[in-house]
Design a protein around this ligand. Structure first.
Ligand code: ADP
Length: 602
């Protein structure tokens, strides 16, 4: 149990450590990319209303190398404006004047429709960030939005900063401005937690620098795409653009405007397709929300609890199956959450799974090992006890055996045979009493013995026990004195007799020859104190509690002259406790010992 508790604490401490770190958050992002790819093309009501006009390789082949001549750009945009689209977003940076006439035409075309034109922030690490603005006439004719994508450290564009600032000026993202125009909304309205666009509330808190996670509708090609060349050669049908949000920009290989995205690992996606995805995220209100930290922690605890429950409940194949189930549930749950617009962290959850399964397994192993060791110790104790019993019954058995053989001899005088019969009878009774006591002790140790108290006359019991102990003491010529006033208490006479006998024989065993042992019974008012005092070797202070442990013997006595098993005092203590009393010891080395049984009268 204590192992399990320790491992549980360890687990709780380690969860945040494995779940929230740089490595797992990176893998989380990559794993979510995978799930997004697995989803394929998302349902997108607004995708129909978005059209991309690509200044592509076909355009470059037919109308000269990129950047496209401004005259041609003006011509295409004029055609587009005539088709009456809902919005035109021009993702082409026109910052330097080249061809005033063409630029005036572009401004005019953009002015005919709700338009947005791209700005950028100069990306020179050596200099302070600076806006690269579109030409003033363009900025006057259309809204200006920044066209930056914001790659994560691994180079994948998963989100966009809806607002960017440089030189004290802030601009909204191109796609956000396009969304505002498409919705006929005024400028976006900010609160600390979100950006409002008409009735749409975009969860882009100021604390996260107005970061919006892009819910990619699908791989490149999800949105309808028309080559700019088809605007120039007149093959494009104006109906394709009417009422649509049109994003114009370069996609040609040489244009360089490509980024890795979750749905286009390895090949990248063109800038205008990314803008289209931002636009559709806003218009569809397909906002991807990361889990609040408290929920995240809750999720980890659920995973950990599932692992721990599986490890504790199952074994073998069933356990492997249960753990595999938990492991498989992680990506499944993350996928379901993604479909619901919630970003659950697959890698962190898997890390928590591995940690929990590992620690729960280790905890379970330690706990089983501990239980095994305890049962092994119990088994050894049991074996000891059996040995002790065997030893105790050997003597009376030998006497019975010897006498019963001799009694057969008919030449023996009748009185000798009579004596032997008496001995057999006495020893077999002793044997029966011994076995009964051992069985009681056995049941007491296993907790199944309920002692049965009945009135016992103490001085009588003591006399009887001292009689028996004197036979034992005779071999060391030890004297046993007794002082026990007549008194009645409620006790189990057999067990109490066993306890006193044990204290007396110990006193004899652990004293030199020819010494004196005293048994004294004293009325303490509410109870009785039965003490056995010897003039023996004594017991050091630090050992005085240990001798009541099972199988504990003093070093001195382990190889000493006296045999012993080290369970006697443990049983005496148990008997005292069962009677609602206690055992005390006072002793010091060389000065003898006094053991006192303190028992209640009833
Ligand atoms: P055993 O006598 O079979 O070894 P006990 O549980 O009765 O086992 O006693 C435990 C140990 O306590 C003994 O081995 C001995 O070292 C010590 N001990 C017990 N009684 C006395 C005593 N009266 N004087 C000194 N040492 C004692």
């Amino acid at each position: 149990m204590k192992f399990r508790a320790a491992y549980a604490v360890l687990l709780l401490l380690a969860i945040p450590w494995v779940a929230w770190n740089g490595l797992t958050s990176q893998i989380n992002a990559a794993a979510l990319d995978l799930l997004m790819r697995l989803r394929g093309t998302a349902e997108s009501p607004s995708a129909e209303g978005i059209v991309l006009v690509a200044i592509d390789d076909a355009t470059a082949r037919r109308y000269g190398p990129l950047p496209l001549e401004r005259r041609l750009l003006a011509e295409g945009l004029e055609r587009l404006a005539e088709a009456k689209p809902r919005v035109v977003a021009l993702d082409v940076l026109l910052a330097e004047p080249e061809d005033p006439e063409a630029e005036a035409r572009i401004a005019k075309a953009l002015g005919m429709v709700p338009g947005v034109v791209a700005a950028a922030i100069e990306n020179d690490p050596a200099a302070r960030p600076r806006w690269i603005d579109p030409l003033p006439e363009l900025a006057a004719a259309a809204r200006v939005g920044h066209a930056h994508a914001d790659p994560d450290p691994d180079g994948v564009v998963r989100s966009v900063l809806l607002a960017k600032a440089a030189e004290g000026r802030r601009r909204w993202a191109l796609a956000l401005e396009a969304a505002a125009l498409a919705l006929d909304a005024e400028r976006p309205v900010e609160t600390t937690g979100e950006i409002r666009l008409g009735s749409i509330r975009i969860p882009a808190p100021a604390a996260e620098h107005r970061l919006l996670r892009i819910d990619y509708a699908g791989p490149e090609g999800t949105f309808r795409r028309v080559s700019f060349a088809s605007l120039l050669d007149g093959s494009a049908d104006p109906a394709w653009f009417r009422g649509k949000a049109v994003i114009v920009g370069a996609t040609a290989q040489g244009a360089g405007d490509r980024h890795f995205t979750p749905v286009s690992a390895g090949i990248g996606m063109s800038g205008i397709e990314i803008h289209a995805n931002i636009l559709r995220t806003i218009l569809d209100e397909a906002f991807l929300r990361p889990l609040p930290p408290a929920w995240e922690l809750g999720l980890y605890l659920v995973v950990a609890a599932a692992c721990v429950a599986a490890v504790m409940r199952f074994r073998g194949l069933a356990l492997a199956g249960a753990l595999a189930g938990v492991l498989a549930a992680v990506p499944a749950a993350c996928y379901a959450a993604l479909l619901d617009g919630s970003l659950w962290p697959p890698a962190s959850m898997t890390a928590v799974f591995l940690l929990s399964a590992g620690l729960a397994g280790a905890g379970e192993y330690a706990s089983l090992h501990w239980a095994w060791r305890r049962s092994e110790q119990k088994r050894r104790e049991y074996a000891f006890r059996v040995q002790a019993i065997a030893h105790e019954i050997k003597n009376p058995l030998a006497a019975i055996q010897g006498s019963s053989e001799m009694i057969e001899d008919e030449s023996l005088p009748p009185e000798t045979r009579h004596q032997m019969a008496g001995l057999i009878h006495k020893e077999s009774k002793r044997l029966a009493a011994l076995i009964r006591t051992f069985l009681d002790v056995e049941r007491m140790a296993s907790g199944t013995l309920r002692i049965e108290k009945r009135p016992v006359e103490l001085s009588g019991l003591c006399r009887e026990v001292v009689e028996r102990a004197r036979l034992y003491a005779a071999r060391k010529k030890t004297a046993i004195e007794m002082e026990a006033p007549a008194m009645e208490i409620a006790a189990d006479p057999d067990l109490l007799g066993f306890a006193i006998y044990n204290l007396l024989t110990n006193a004899v065993k652990y004293s030199p020859r020819r010494s004196t042992v005293r048994l004294a019974v004293r009325d303490t008012g509410g109870g009785v104190a039965i003490s056995v005092t010897d003039q023996g070797y004594g017991i050091a202070r630090e050992e005085q509690q240990k001798i009541f442990e099972r199988f504990y013997r003093l070093k001195r006595d382990e190889k000493g002259a006296e045999e012993g098993t080290g369970i006697g005092l443990a049983l005496v203590k148990e008997i005292a406790t069962q009677h609602g009393g206690r055992i005390e010891v006072e002793s010091s080395p060389g000065a003898g010992s006094r053991f006192t049984l303190v028992l209640p009268k009833s």
